[in-house]
Design a protein around this ligand. Structure first.
Ligand code: GDP
Ligand code: MN
Length: 396
């Protein structure tokens, strides 16, 4: 689950990580009130207005702007709220901005080269350890840094059962070229950041940029936080941070009815029982010359109602040109699934895309007969290759 920048910063701050302070606002009026409050609290005269959407690269897309007085706060907030922000990380249509973060300006006026660093915390799946990745090249795409100057990216692995050791925090501050107060500040920053990652059960933190202020404080200016959904039961309060407006509507609906659906860009919808078979089916679609339009695991109980719901979800994607149903009847009987497919097909009445059904396992032969005798435009298959050939056939 991804958080908005303002939510991520609040969470980090609750673990003692120094952040650029800010207040979220839903409209221009609230933005002005937020700016006034920040001036009272921090003495700042200038403010940055930052679009709150689940996408990075907002600065490049015009979603981060500096306001030098309250009139500018009002105007810029008014412009950004309601816009469809296009960034290198969004689709061409962009993302609708519903709110902005009004933040204190923490950059030194006239400083054309502020000291910005990059820092992320994530899991290294290969070693089973957490990892802090950091660089002196903050404020730009880490992908670009990795490509052009890979020697400027450092990593520090942390044993999760031990936690971050003081020498590791010092090594990071040293590699970033810091000394004096900034060095000490960085060790504190890194240590609290790692603690926050660990205690919040996050799967990714990306702080870009981390800023060294003119008075040698180290703070998070941006925050991308992804929380591990599997650990949400331990953090009931984080569940309220979910912003469904930022999520794919089909995925949200699928989750509500207990279907495991992930939207993809392709043209062949698929409905499968079991995640492993679903992955194999996506490979099958690719080999047949198609591209999967989704991942969909209907789980063990593929009855007519579930199949119908799954159909509806798949068909809501306008890119779907064919549907492949691939069910292994282990506990669930194939004839039951076949009947479910037929019933759903008849009930919906408006399915125009070709459907290929592969049923294998218990009562597969009865299932094939049911499909073949249904009189519907549904093709049956029992073998993997046969299903692939039929997908290829309907696409060409
Ligand atoms: P992103 O573009 O989505 O990654 O959003 P960021 O939060 O990283 O902001 C983009 C850029 O805005 C940063 O790299 C900074 O250069 C700039 N920025 C952020 N906060 C301030 C600020 O307080 N003052 C000034 N002058 N620039 C800022
Ligand atoms: Mn950023």
């Amino acid at each position: 689950m991804n958080l908005h920048e303002y939510q991520g910063k609040e969470m980090l701050s609750s673990f003692g990580v120094r952040i650029q302070r800010g207040i979220v606002a839903q409209n221009a009026e609230e933005a002005v009130a937020a700016a006034k409050k920040l001036t009272e609290d921090t003495g700042t005269g200038w403010h940055v207005i930052k679009a709150q959407v689940h996408a990075g690269g907002r600065g490049k897309g015009g979603g981060v702007k500096l306001a030098k007085n309250l009139q500018e706060v009002e105007r810029i907030a008014g412009e950004i709220i309601g816009m469809d922000l296009v960034t290198p990380q969004t689709s061409a249509e962009g993302k609708r901005v519903h709110q902005v973060l009004v933040a204190e300006d923490v950059y030194y006026p006239g400083d054309s080269e502020p000291e910005e660093y990059y820092m992320s915390v994530l899991l290294n799946r290969a070693t089973g350890r957490n990892m802090i990745m950091y660089s002196t090249e903050g404020g730009m795409d880490i992908e670009t840094v990795a490509e052009e100057t890979p020697h400027l990216i450092f990593t520090e692995e942390i044993d999760p059962s031990v936690g971050i050791m003081p020498f590791q925090a010092r090594k990071i501050a040293f590699n970033l070229g810091l000394s004096g107060l900034a060095f000490k500040e960085m060790t504190k920053f890194v240590t609290s950041l790692y603690t926050a990652y660990d205690k919040s059960d996050s799967s990714l933190f990306e702080i870009n940029p981390v800023l060294k202020t003119s008075d040698d404080k180290i703070m998070a200016v941006d925050a991308k936080v992804t929380i591990d959904e599997n650990a949400l039961y331990r953090h009931k309060d984080y569940e309220a941070l979910r912003d469904l407006r930022e999520e794919n509507p089909i995925e949200v609906e699928a989750k509500e009815v207990g279907l495991n659906y992930v939207d993809l860009d392709g043209n062949v919808g698929c409905m499968v029982n079991g995640a492993g078979l679903a992955m194999a089916t996506m490979d099958l679609i690719k080999q047949a010359g198609g591209e999967p339009a989704n991942f969909l695991d209907v789980g063990g109980t593929a009855d007519a109602a579930r199949v119908e719901t799954a159909f509806e979800l798949i068909l809501r994607d306008p890119n779907v040109k064919a549907i492949l149903i691939n069910i292994f009847g282990g506990i669930v009987r194939c004839d039951r699934v076949a009947q479910g497919v037929i019933d759903a097909y008849k009930n919906m009445g408006n399915i125009e895309v070709p459907i290929i059904v592969r049923l294998q396992g218990t009562n597969a032969d009865i299932a094939k007969e049911l499909i073949d005798n249904s009189g519907l435009a549904v093709m049956s298959a029992t073998e993997f290759q046969e299903a692939a050939d039929k997908v290829h056939q309907v696409l060409s």
